[in-house]
Design a protein around this ligand. Structure first.
Ligand code: UDP
Length: 367
């Protein structure tokens, strides 16, 4: 008989939330991760007393009360509200696109004026059903906003022309006719004080953990556990037999700067095409830090290749079609649960991953 009920591959949100529920139900779980740390891409490091989000800014936000009640059992969350800025040359604009943005861009003051302006900007593009990101952006916000804030940023981020990207990518970018700079529309939002690592330590309290352990070097996983919870790359699980799925990754270049406040905000997006990075993150602002120095990270997006962390699934047509073929295979694996951003190949937020793991655990454990 295998020693464990579950072998959980990956110690990020999906794996640890699943393992927590399984262990709480009396199941034996072995959690492995090929990295040397837990927490997946939410892992944090401390530098000069500042919590650094090592793999990009992680602001937890959700509309799902169940998820919020669950996650806040494992950490104290502060009241941080994500209000990124867009920098174009030396001009600073508020995000998401709202009355502050429209006022600075066009001098309009009232929502009525802004709506009329957007109406005129989008009129030539609204008749056709958008088939790609560029057409969708033009039909939603018009050429001024598209050229200044979307085109350059998006093409740097995804390494592909906006005309080849799916329209759905910018569903994440709200358009507002009020002066609210909160990037998210969700009811709950915050950052765990001191970073995310404590959450994962608590989630894993009753599980066995092996870091620096590659799943693909385990000869027969089902001699170790009855079931596998797999959160790694979907194509890799199947030996990339149909071809490789593409991912974007980021070169995070982090430095300590000898000033107390570098940019006055946690996230500044560089939306022009010329600046090689997409954004600068100044980590102390996530926790309203008053340290004497600061730590900043410039994000340089690039195509994923072996040896780097796959961060974003590319949702274009080619990859979506390939992904469907792998999902068909995954459905046939009765002893494997596939979950999370990489194994489902979906551009999930943290709360969606947590919700997915809770649902899978409830189903699996009949909770
Ligand atoms: N985006 C943009 N300009 C910006 C910020 C975002 O055009 O200043 C677009 C871009 O296509 C990006 C998408 O919106 O990929 C989602 O951005 P978000 O900030 O939600 O991405 P994440 O924080 O997950 O990297």
């Amino acid at each position: 008989m295998p020693a464990y009920d579950f072998l959980v591959v990956g110690a990020g949100f999906y794996g640890t939330v699943f393992a927590y529920h399984a262990a709480s139900a009396g199941k034996k779980c072995l959690v492995i991760d090929k990295r040397k740390h837990i927490g997946g891409n939410a892992f944090c490091e401390t530098r000069s007393s500042i919590t650094v989000h090592k793999y990009g800014p992680h602001v937890f936000h959700t509309n799902d009360e169940k998820v919020w009640r669950f996650i806040t059992r494992f950490a104290d969350f502060n009241n941080f509200v994500n209000s990124p800025l867009a920098r174009f040359g030396d001009e600073i604009y508020n995000m998401p696109f709202n009355m502050n943005t429209f006022n600075k861009l066009w001098g309009v003051v009232t929502p009525k004026e802004a709506k009329e302006k957007i109406e005129r900007q989008t009129r030539p593009y609204r008749d056709n059903i958008p088939t790609n990101l560029e057409e969708k952006a033009l039909s939603l916000v018009g050429p001024d906003i598209y050229e200044k804030f979307i085109k350059g940023y998006t093409e740097k981020q995804w390494g592909r022309p906006c005309r080849e990207l799916p329209a759905s990518l910018i569903n994440r970018l709200p358009l507002r006719f009020n002066y609210n700079n909160n990037y998210f529309n969700d009811r709950y939002q915050g950052v765990p004080i001191g970073g995310y690592n404590g959450i994962f330590e608590k989630l894993l309290k009753n599980c066995e953990l092996r870091l620096d352990t590659d799943y693909f070097l385990i000869k027969n996983p089902f001699s170790i556990a009855d079931k596998v919870v797999y959160t790694g790359m979907l194509d890799e699980y199947f030996g990339c037999r149909f071809g490789v799925l593409e991912y974007r990754t980021i070169d995070f270049v982090t430095e300590e700067v000898d000033v107390d406040n570098f940019q006055g905000n946690a996230v500044v997006n560089y939306t022009d095409a010329e600046t090689p990075y997409t954004r600068i993150v100044e980590h102390k602002h996530f926790e309203f830090g008053a340290q004497p120095t600061t730590v900043i990270t410039k994000e340089y997006p690039l195509e994923w290749q072996v040896g780097r962390e796959p961060l974003y699934p590319v949702g274009d047509e080619k990859n979506s079609a390939l992904c469907r073929r792998y999902r068909e295979l995954a459905e046939k694996e009765s002893r494997v649960i596939f979950g999370g951003r990489l194994a489902e190949y979906r551009y999930y937020n943290m709360d969606q991953v947590v919700a997915g793991a809770i649902a899978a655990a409830e189903k699996e454990l009949s909770l």
